[in-house]
Structure formats: C-alpha cells, structure tokens
Design a protein around this ligand. Structure first.
Ligand SMILES: Cc1cc2nc3c(=O)[nH]c(=O)nc-3n(C[C@H](O)[C@H](O)[C@H](O)COP(=O)(O)O)c2cc1C
Length: 303
C-alpha cells in the first residue's frame, strides 16, 4: 500500500492532489459530479468583500490548445457566501479551503476573516487573477503581495497559502515577499494572460480581449516557476498548478519540488479526472518502487 499523504507546512494532505479554485464551484456543488475523495483538499471559487457580477459573455474560449477565461471572479460576496455555502461545508468528503480576493488590502483581510468563521481548513489568497477590469495583478509586485499576505496573516489563525502569477517577472522576489509576510505555502501558479481572435468576425474571442490562459500549455511555465522558487527556498511548501491532467503531470511537479499538485481546467472536460490521476500516480509509484509519494518531492536528478 503506497502512502499517498504529503505534508504541506502545517497541514497534512491525505493525497497530493488539490482541486483548483474556480474549477469546482463552491466545492459543495461539485460533490455530486466530481471525485472529491481523490483530493487532499479542494479550493472553493474566490470570494470578494461585495458581490461581483463578473465580466460579460463570452468569457470562456477554447483556443485549441488550452483555454482562455475572463470570468472576472463572479461571486456573491463573502457575507452571502458564508451564509449560503458555510453550513454545507461540514459533511464533505474532502477538506475545503476558502479563497480570498479583493481590490484593497483591507478587503482581502475582511474576506479572509469572514471565510475563517466557516468550516474551511485553510485560506488561499488569490493574488493573481488576471481578469479584474482596471485592476493589475497583485502578485506582479513583491511589496503589494507582502502587504496583502501580512494583512491576511494578521486576520486569521488558519493556515494560509499565497497563489502567485506566472506573469511575474521575478517570481522568486514575489515568493520571498509572500513567505516573509507569513504565507504557509505557495501556489504556483494561476493562469497566464493570453488572447485569441476569431478571424471570421475579426473580434477577440473574449469581450475582455485578454484572459487567463490555462490547461496543458501552461504546465512548462508553471513548472519553471516551481523550479525557480524551490531553488531559492528549498524547504518551502509548494502546490504546483497548471496543465495537470494525468498522473505523469503530477509526478513532474513533485520531482520539481511541489508537495501538492492542483488540477483545474481538466475538471471541465472530465469532472472525475482526479480519480484517474490518482490511479495513474499509484501505478507510477508501483512501477518505480516508491512506497511514499513524498519520496518524489524534489527528487529531480540534475544532468
Ligand atoms: C474558468 C476558470 C476560473 C478560475 N477561477 C479562479 C478563481 O476564482 N480563483 C483562483 O485562484 N483561480 C482561478 N482559476 C485558476 C485555476 O485555479 C488554476 O490556477 C489555473 O487554471 C491553472 O491550472 P489548470 O491549467 O489546471 O487549469 C480559474 C481557472 C479557470 C479556467
């Protein structure tokens, strides 16, 4: 029997798989369609201080390789979320993490504080959404990232993770700021900005023109971020995220130094993909004589 559990700073996950925010709804709504038992944790859609209606459609596009989205964090606001989703978080077959987003440092802290009053096990700080009209990505800037993480750290007692952006020019500097400000782990990464045009209508596929690009083409980029951050901070817990849809993708992220590996876009094609991915990960471990999946973390061999 292979031990699939991994340590992520102060948290222990029964499986290295994490369901990525924005791809499993509030987690409660995903319970009927997804395979939640395959995951170590599932992250709910990001929530802001007030209700956000999101961007006008079309806000999702298939680019052939990968997916573009400009949802704009449509959500009911944290007060409604706590009232409506909060009570249903108790009986789920997976630990749930809340995800906080905001346009000010104070909003992030307020949202995190409210989320922490529910049965969530941790707060993920979404510093990297590329789809907020008129707003820049917090995680492009080390100081801005540090301010948000510090405020959330002061606001909640639960473990916190900081979700960073592959658009950052210096991911190591931003990661360092998040860690000094008290993040327990880093999520590498959110989507990268992209665009696509319909050549018949000559209009962008998205009304917002640009969106967040996710799916398999993101994997080498996010993996590079994991490698860079791991090299700078060898003991920091990392969740790799970007383009995962198979057990081999998970093994790659683990070898690069991630302790957890998140699945996002793949849920839209196959909601129960986590089950298959976990089975493939087990098969890899069996083939390679790996008794504990933790043995794979950072085990990439140099040339
Ligand atoms: C439709 C959609 C909505 C998303 N919404 C959120 C969100 O609310 N909060 C967040 O932190 N990330 C959000 N993400 C980003 C994913 O959690 C993930 O970081 C990203 O898609 C890369 O992983 P993937 O290639 O496996 O999808 C969203 C992604 C998609 C495709």
């Amino acid at each position: 029997m292979i031990d699939m559990s991994v340590a992520l700073g102060p948290v222990s996950l029964r499986s290295p798989l994490v369901a990525a925010s924005g791809t499993v709804g509030s987690v409660v709504d995903f319970a009927g369609v997804g395979a939640l038992e395959a995951y170590g944790a599932a992250v709910a859609k990001s929530v802001s201080g007030t209700a956000w209606s999101g961007n006008p459609a079309p806000r999702l596009a298939n680019t052939g390789a990968g997916m573009l989205n400009a949802i704009g964090i449509q959500n009911p606001g944290v007060t409604a979320w706590v009232e409506e989703v909060g009570p249903h978080l108790v009986d789920l077959p997976v630990p749930v993490w809340g995800s906080a987003v905001g346009t000010t440092v104070a909003e992030y802290a307020e949202v995190a504080r409210a989320l922490a009053t529910t049965n969530i096990d941790a707060v993920e700080i979404n510093l990297s959404c590329p789809n907020l009209a008129g707003e820049t990505i917090w995680a492009l800037d080390a100081d801005a990232t540090g301010s948000v993480v510090r405020a959330v750290r002061a606001a909640v007692d639960k473990p916190i993770g900081a979700k960073l952006s592959p658009n950052a020019q210096d991911i190591v500097a931003v990661a360092g700021a998040a860690l000094s400000a008290g993040a327990d782990w880093l999520v590498l990464t959110n989507t990268i900005t992209g665009a696509a045009i319909d050549i018949e209508t000559r209009r962008p596929l998205l009304t917002m023109t640009k969106g967040g690009y996710s799916g398999p083409p993101l994997k080498p980029i996010a993996l590079r971020c994991v490698l860079e951050v791991r090299a700078a901070f060898p003991t920091v817990p990392i969740i790799g995220c970007g383009g995962v849809r198979s057990g081999s993708d998970v093994v790659e992220y683990l070898l690069a130094g991630a302790s957890g590996v998140a699945i996002g876009t793949a849920h839209f094609e196959r909601p129960r993909v986590g089950r298959t991915v976990l089975r493939q990960l087990r098969a890899y471990c069996n083939r390679h004589g790996v008794d504990r999946v933790e043995e794979l973390i950072g085990a990439m061999k140099p040339w």
